[in-house]
Ligand binder design. Structure first.
Ligand code: GSH
Length: 227
């Protein structure tokens, strides 16, 4: 869905990130949730390298995404995704048991899966080559693979964690796709699960919108950009 500048929902993202991060910046989760239920939004882009000082009054850590909808102002992708999901049964089941499970999976994605993945990203990307990272890597991989196996067991033969797509799957797929295939062995069932999420029209639209928003490299002053 093209960005509508008069939309009442505003999602803040970065105007430029290095190519390895494109398609993985966390405003994608928010865009995806909005696309799933057909809500228009406009993007507001800030510089990742030179964040406006007053942005920290909105997002205390200076991170993206940040979300505005009238007088509602939210940060943390999980909180934003849950807020959006509450608007529509397609993301958040109305029955209390289903709703509770969808929320549980959002928290599991962010609290039980994403930290291990980010630890591996530190090891393989941001601290690559450092002695501690080399020493730590085998155990970190082992722990991540164990967690992925446990998740795959829970998914079983189902397409989605609770049988039908919810915001819990949106967040779990978003988190799992941070991993690249050369970092860990992902169980086949989970790789297929991620591919199913990425094949959803709403995901594709969100990804295209994020990619279209990035400035080309030539437009960016490269000082201070990590290699
Ligand atoms: N827990 C936060 C994490 C947000 C986050 O790490 N955002 C990244 C972009 S994907 C960021 O802004 N990084 C820059 C920084 O941490 O300074 C969320 O889920 O919204």
């Amino acid at each position: 869905m093209p960005q509508k500048n008069d939309a009442s929902i505003e999602v803040t993202g970065f105007e430029w990130v290095p190519s390895f991060a494109r398609g993985r910046v966390r405003d994608l989760r928010v865009r995806w949730a909005l696309e799933e239920i057909g809500l228009d939004y406009r993007s507001r882009l800030i510089s990742a390298m030179d964040r406006p000082a007053d942005y920290y009054r909105e997002q205390p850590f200076g991170q993206v995404p940040y979300y505005r909808e009238g007088d509602i102002a939210l940060f943390e992708s999980g909180a934003i995704a849950l807020h959006i999901a509450e608007k529509d049964e397609r993301l958040m089941p109305r029955d209390p048991a289903g709703r509770g499970r969808a929320i549980t999976w959002v928290v599991a994605a962010l609290n039980s899966i994403e930290p291990g993945i980010m630890h591996l990203i530190d090891i393989d990307l941001f601290c690559a080559g450092q002695e501690w990272a080399k020493l730590r890597r085998p155990d970190a991989v082992k722990q991540m693979e164990k967690r992925l196996d446990q998740l795959a067991n829970m998914l079983g033969e189902k397409d989605w964690l609770e049988g039908r797509f919810t915001v819990g799957d949106l967040m779990m797929v978003s988190v799992l796709r941070i991993l690249s295939p050369d970092q860990v062995t992902m169980p086949r069932a989970l790789a297929n699960y991620v591919a199913r999420g990425e094949a959803r029209p709403a995901f594709k639209a969100a990804l295209a919108a994020q990619m279209a928003d990035f400035l080309p490299d030539e437009a960016v002053k490269m000082e201070g950009v990590p290699a």
